[in-house]
Ligand binder design. Sequence first.
Ligand code: HEC
Ligand code: HEC
Length: 275
Amino acid sequence: MLYGVLLWALLSGSARAESDTAATGDEALIERGRYVFQAANCLSCHTDFDNDGKPLAGGRELKTPFGSFITPNITPDPETGIGGWSDEDFIRALTEGVSPEGEHYYPSFPWTAYRGMKHDDLIALKRYLDQLEPVRQKNPPHRLKWFVQRWTLGPWKWLNHEKKDYPGRNTDRGAYLVNVLGHCQECHSPRDAIGRLRLNQSFRGNPDLEAPNIRNSNDGIGGWSNEELNDLFTDGMLPDGDYVSSKMAEVVDYATSNWSEEDRKAVIRYLRSLK
Ligand code: HEC
Ligand code: HEC
């Protein structure tokens, strides 16, 4: 928790001087972008915490059954980051999973959830990222199993096309925070053999990631009070007084603890609707 706060101090400190941001315009837009950035937890995967990596400079190893993904640098450095990207490049990456060079991204980058992002949120997020300190850092390539190759992503996307109506797009705020920005299903729903989310089993947990069922039923969070859920999202405390561990601790630190009270309520209302 404390680490999260320190990191935030570092990140906001690294934003360029105010006169500079004024020149690029709309403070309110940047502020909205910061909120989206936190709710979507871009920080976690793109920062190599274990090796004191600079925020968003990438290099974090994400271990999966398909091998290790090494996250890229998404600071505004024009050479090693995404500094040279247009708004269109950025939107295409997050909503179609396609790079400026036309290559497909692996779904270890949860664009599969972010594709439901509202246009205004995408623009705000880009403005926020644009004014952060660029970091020059080139990261090593992914280390994937032999059968995991970028060319397979075209067919993968085609096989996944029925998932276009990922729940959360154009629906209520809670669903948007959970399914799109928070990409909660990426950990809390099981996957099939080729790594597609099994949406008919949504939120029923993913044993590979030790992520529990979070539906509003007896085997999920049905027995939790709203206050207990609120405590978890605010500071990571579980009903038994213990604190969440592993990946969820990061989700709380960097994402859910930054939700406004209104957003927390919207999320809890949405989770309650998942019987
Ligand atoms: C669960 C981990 C994870 C999260 C959360 C995540 N990313 Fe990523 N991101 C990745 C990985 C892994 C890749 C590399 C994908 C590939 O090589 O195909 C990536 C790639 C990218 C790229 C492409 C960079 C390039 O050089 O081509 C951009 C841009 C990006 N992410 C931005 C974001 C933003 C913005 C957010 C928050 C809204 C975010 N990411 C959240 C894991 C993540
Ligand atoms: C990166 C993976 C990941 C993401 C993303 C994620 N979670 Fe979790 N979550 C976990 C893991 C792992 C646990 C178990 C932690 C533990 O037992 O200490 C957990 C635990 C929980 C619990 C407690 C359940 C219980 O029975 O103890 C709730 C509620 C929860 N998550 C809700 C959410 C919501 C809502 C989101 C989206 C905003 C979310 N999670 C996003 C991995 C994740």
